[in-house]
Design a protein around this ligand. Structure first.
Ligand SMILES: Nc1ncnc2c1ncn2[C@@H]1O[C@H](COP(=O)(O)OP(=O)(O)OP(=O)(O)O)[C@@H](O)[C@H]1O
Ligand SMILES: [Ca+2]
Length: 877
């Protein structure tokens, strides 16, 4: 409007010279019109800047109006800042006086025109009563900074979270559903070792926050603080508002510190590391049922393994068949007397928990039984042409004792249809069955007495089979007299005086990679022990084949023992001998768990692998239970922490490696995160003490926390297990979570970052010749970039080359790149909401340069030797 009006007064005969004049005139007046418009609506710094520009225009071209060389805002600023340099720039007191067109001695001219002009420029010399503001208004104003609310909420929720997460876990252990598990993971997880660390950090943090609070309060009540804004704004208001607002500011500052020091990010990061590794492990056919098992596995000092499925393929096959003292094979089966073979097949078919039939195709046989039984049935059907259905038609069962790992035998009582005679059939572990026999069938089916001499001969045959790693099963038979009709399998009579029918030897081939996997684990400092229900000789042979026993070692006393022997030791003897035992054979389920219990008592971290029902108690007793094998039983799976669907010990070695990796990654994250938090707390604290306000605003700190907790944790969680993890012995369960190496790295980085940030805080404006806001932006930017660079430092806790293998971790690199991009966006965004100022290229380069020095610091500090004894133990002494 003003602009248009002014334009009307411009001469309307545009000569060439006048044209130039007019365009200058228009631009000046239009900009002035705009400025006055802005000035009315935005009474803050922004206008000041523009007005300064406008005043320079005025000075150049001699304005038509009577404005002063200095405007109100600049004048207020000059008074408020008490900046001697600026005063000097204007020409000192005299300069100011002449700018204001006044005389230091006589004052202003004072006529109506002059006063009006001054009133227009500087406003009237009266105090404008501020509008009454409600208490709600103060609250909203103080809490406009959303971060404070978020901080408060997160502090509260963090405490609630900690209380909650210990209890609610038990529910999903029983549930195999991976979705349910994943869902619960987001809400709760058990983090055992971190709890201690977290609680000590929390104590220190709360102490610092409290101290800061005290400092601020003391300052406030002793009037030692410049509460200009409050005094200015609330002058005339009731004092209680002042107190409340100040109290809120103090609370906000303290909350920011608490928010920084409560390491809730740890548990979150641990969870993320777990979930990431869990997903990776699922590719390897392993499902983690209990997340903390990951780290526990990393610390395992002993792994107790069974045979079937873990060391062997769980594909048993009958390879030996003895009738009497003669061995038969495919070529000689036809020479067996038919009536005798019929008896043997009756024992096989009737004394089985499942039925099998021969389908059209030779190789498709359906079974529902344990591997041993499956192998025997398939051998009988395929090699001995057993007609299972036919045999089952010929007799009726009236009592059955199913196989179990305690008794290691199964038995049936049956009546033959043809003559109604009653027969008992037993099959089971050779030592059990042999004890029940007093006679034997020789190769031609004639019953002979089993005296001690003959018994020895059979034992030798069995040992021969077992020594070639065969699992042996013996069959026995007895025909009962008419009076025995009422008996069932529980009666003594049918357990004695049996006739040995035959022996089979079953081969379960060792997994091809098992030897290497066992070696890897041993190399990593983990003891491998075998605990099995199988016979001593079988166990010894397989242990040697898999590398659990070294050649000659099996002869050393006490290395291979029998479950019963172990059971009968006194508790003291057990504790004394348990370390030396490498193979425990003929073990009952209780023996297996007794062994685990002993090892645990001795301070070992014990992992148990197994797939059978008989392994369940040991799996439960173990620190980490791993159920193995696609054919593993449901009971074993439910008793375990990790379910491995593949057969083979190689998977166990993989889990061990991942376990160590997860632990390492968590350590890396802790080092990384602690640096961020410690630096932020100290810097804020020091700044509060000296200048009453921290250099990093709530939003900025929240941002730092956000990227370190989330992106940082994710990046460090994705570090893959390296071969080196299995090259060192144990990391030590009892060792502190933060090792001396980590303390050293941490202290160096913290020191460096504190020096950089405090230098920027106190001397930054001078060094870089920038305003306060640019300096604050420099601090914020440098702090964030330091963390980005430090993330790479954290990749290697001890190695000097932090870039080693980084090319293979694309995810890590992408996360770092994303963080940098987000930081640029953040600086720009914060600028928009007036939290930061734009940085020029040179300033960006300076920030990056300062952050990059943390690599150098990391490299240098890794060369500083450290003591073996944990740092913190020096404090305790
Ligand atoms: N179905 C069965 N019927 C009769 N005897 C069996 C049967 N299965 C196994 N046996 C006998 O019982 C012994 C112990 O077998 P068991 O399955 O209890 O051992 P395990 O502890 O599971 O062995 P592993 O270490 O392979 O897991 C075997 O050596 C075998 O002689
Ligand atoms: Ca088993």
């Amino acid at each position: 409007m003003e602009c248009n009006k002014s334009l009307c007064h411009v001469p309307n005969t545009p000569s060439a010279a006048n044209k130039r004049w007019r365009s200058a005139f228009v631009s000046i007046y239009c900009s002035r019109a705009l400025l006055s418009f802005f000035k009315d609506s935005l009474p803050d710094r922004k206008t000041a800047k523009v007005s300064q520009n406008s005043s320079s225009i005025i000075l150049d071209i001699k304005p038509a109006d009577n404005r002063f060389k200095i405007d109100q805002t600049s004048l207020t600023k000059l008074v408020k800042e008490k900046n001697a340099d600026k005063l000097q720039n204007i020409g000192g007191v005299d300069g100011v006086a002449s700018t204001l067109e006044t005389n230091v001695e006589f004052g202003i001219h004072g006529n109506v025109e002059d006063i009006t002009r001054r009133r227009e420029s500087f406003g009237s010399n009266t105090y404008k009563r501020p509008q009454r503001k409600s208490f709600f208004h103060f609250v909203v104003k103080e809490f406009k900074d959303l971060t404070i609310i978020i901080s408060l909420l997160s502090v509260v929720s963090c405490l609630a979270f900690d209380m909650m997460h210990n209890e609610t876990l038990a529910g999903w252990y029983e549930d195999e559903s991976i979705l349910a598990a994943l869902f619960l993971l987001v809400v709760i997880s058990a983090i055992i070792r971190l709890n201690k660390l977290t609680s000590s950090i929390r104590k220190v943090g709360l102490a610092i926050a409290f101290l800061a609070l005290v400092v601020l309060l003391v300052r406030y009540f002793t009037g030692n603080t410049e509460d200009e804004c409050i005094i200015e704004e609330f002058h005339g208001n009731k004092k209680k508002f002042c107190v409340m607002v100040r109290a809120m500011q103090i609370l906000a500052t303290a909350t920011t510190i608490v928010e920084l020091v409560i390491p809730k990010g740890f548990s979150l990061a641990v969870k993320r590391t777990h979930v990431y590794s869990m997903k990776k492990m699922m590719v390897d056919q392993a499902m983690v049922r209990k997340l903390s098992a990951f780290e526990t596995m990393g610390f395992a000092t002993t792994i107790c393994t069974d045979i079937a499925g873990s060391l062997t393929l769980n594909q048993m096959k009958v390879t030996k068949f003895w009738l009497g003292k003669e061995s038969f094979d495919a070529a000689t089966y036809s020479s067996i007397a038919p009536y005798f073979l019929e008896l043997v097949l009756e024992g096989v078919a009737m004394n089985a928990t499942s039925t099998a039939y021969k389908p059209t195709s030779r190789f498709e046989i359906d079974f529902l039984s344990n591997p041993t039984e499956k192998a025997i049935l398939s051998w009988a059907i395929l090699e001995l042409n057993m007609e299972m259905e036919q045999l089952m038609h010929n007799c009726t069962l009236f009592s059955v004792e199913a196989f179990n790992s305690h008794m290691k035998r199964s038995g049936v009582l049956l009546r033959r249809m043809v003559d109604s005679t009653i027969h008992v059939h037993w099959k089971g572990a050779t030592e059990i069955i042999l004890k029940m026999c007093s006679s034997y069938y020789d190769a031609s089916g004639i019953v002979k007495e089993l005296d001690d001499h003959e018994r020895m001969k059979f034992e030798r045959i069995i040992q021969g089979m077992e020594a070639s790693s065969l699992q042996c099963v013996a069959f026995a038979h007895k025909k009962l007299s008419e009076e025995d009709q009422e008996y069932d399998t529980k009666d003594k009579n049918i357990e004695e005086g049996l006739t040995l029918l035959g022996l089979v030897g079953l081969k379960d081939p060792c997994c091809p990679e098992v030897r290497k996997a066992v070696e890897d684990c041993q190399y990593a400092g983990v003891n491998i022990k075998m605990i099995t229900g199988d016979n001593v000789f079988t166990a010894r042979a397989i242990a040697t084949e898999c590398g659990i026993l070294r050649i000659g070692q099996d002869m050393v006393n006490g290395v291979v023992i029998d479950g019963m022997e172990f059971r009968n030791y006194t508790p003291e003897e057990r504790m004394e001998k348990v370390d030396k035992i490498y193979v425990m054979a003929k073990a009952s389920p209780e023996d297996k768990s007794l062994m685990v219990e002993c090892l645990k008592q001795k301070g070992h971290i014990v992992a148990v692998t197994g797939g059978g029902i008989n392994d369940a108690p040991a799996l439960k007793e173990a620190d980490i239970g791993l159920s193995i094998g696609i054919h593993g039983t449901e009971v074993a799976r439910l008793s375990s922490d990790i379910v491995i669907l593949e057969n083979g010990f190689a998977s166990v070695a993989k889990v061990l490696r991942w376990g160590r990796c997860v632990h390492k990654n968590i350590q890396k994250f802790i080092q990384f995160q602690l640096i961020v938090n410690v630096v932020a707390v100290i810097v804020n604290f020091v700044a509060i003490i000296f200048v009453n306000k921290g250099p990093l605003t709530g939003v900025q700190l929240l941002w730092v926390n956000l990227i370190t907790h989330n992106l940082g944790a994710l990046a460090l969680a994705t570090e893959q297990p390296k071969k080196a993890l299995m090259e060192k012995p144990l990391m030590g369960w009892t060792k502190p979570l933060i090792t001396n190496n980590m303390w050293r790295n941490l202290l160096a980085q913290v020191l460096y970052q504190i020096v950089v940030i405090l230098t920027l805080e106190f001397k930054g404006q001078l060094i870089f010749d920038v305003c306060e806001k640019v300096r604050d932006t420099l601090i914020f930017n440098t702090f964030v970039l330091c963390q980005v660079f430090n993330q790479l430092n954290a990749r290697k806790l001890t190695e000097e080359n932090i870039f080693k293998g980084i090319h293979s971790n694309k995810l890590f690199l992408s996360i770092v790149a994303i963080t940098i991009v987000l930081q640029v966006v953040m600086v720009e965004y914060l600028k928009w909401i007036e939290y930061t100022e734009s940085l020029n290229w040179w300033q960006w380069a300076t920030c990056i340069g300062m952050a990059m020095v943390s690599w150098l610091v990391g490299w240098i500090v890794k060369r500083v030797p450290i003591p073996q004894k944990p740092f913190l133990s020096y404090l305790k002494n």
